[in-house]
Write a protein of this length. Structure first.
Length: 205
């Protein structure tokens, strides 16, 4: 199974389930004038079950990139994490399907291997179905006072990088995350990933 094929399938699920995801984002996020800063314990899911292809069945490759051509030399933002980890954001793009794709790279600039388990966050539904993923990432629209969680299908699989191995010192791994798109008037959001500092990023497209 190629990463590109896996991602195209997942994007199709995201496009179909967008309405449900956006509805969840609006109702599940804070509306009392404060941006929600902690996980709610619930999450968006699609209305159509995913049907993995024969290539998907039994495949255990790392799903580490969205499959689009991204210029690694373009750095929209950086966020420092624990154990010398650095998150470099290369692209934050609004897609026609109604979602936002974040692509970047996790670099280990420390002296010890970094375990990706913590990046899946603390939400049981995400951790159980998406081991060693970046499923704990969120986007916050401070102007609209909404918090957006990573999209996932009805099987609980997130539209993000999953199945990562420990990131060894001096190495890096590409990552992607897909979220419901904020309103078109929102051009900047805060990106958060567990154990990393929050960073502001601009949305293109």
């Amino acid at each position: 199974m190629s990463i590109r094929r896996s991602t195209k399938s997942r994007r199709a699920v995201a496009a179909v389930s967008l309405a449900a995801a956006l509805a969840w984002a609006v109702t599940g996020c804070g509306t009392d004038g404060d941006v929600k800063t902690s996980d709610s314990g619930s999450s968006p899911s699609s209305s159509t079950p995913s049907k993995p292809s024969e290539e998907d069945k039994g495949a255990k490759q790392e799903d580490t990139a969205a499959g689009d051509n991204v210029d690694p030399n373009v750095k929209l933002a950086e966020a420092r994490g624990e154990l010398g980890m650095l998150l470099v954001v290369n692209e934050v793009k609004r897609d026609s399907g109604g979602f936002v794709t974040v692509q970047g790279e996790l670099k280990n600039q420390g002296d010890t291997a970094a375990n990706p388990a913590a990046w899946a966050g603390s939400e049981t539904a995400i951790v159980r179905k998406n081991l060693n993923s970046v499923g704990g990432a969120t986007l916050v629209d401070k102007v609209g006072k909404k918090r957006y969680y990573i999209l996932r299908d009805t099987d609980g699989r997130c539209l993000c990088t999953t199945g990562m191995s420990a990131v060894q010192p001096g190495t890096s791994v590409p990552v992607f995350m897909q979220f419901p798109a904020p309103p078109s008037t929102t051009t900047e959001v805060d990106l958060s990933l567990p154990t990393f500092a929050t960073t502001s990023v601009k949305i293109s497209g």
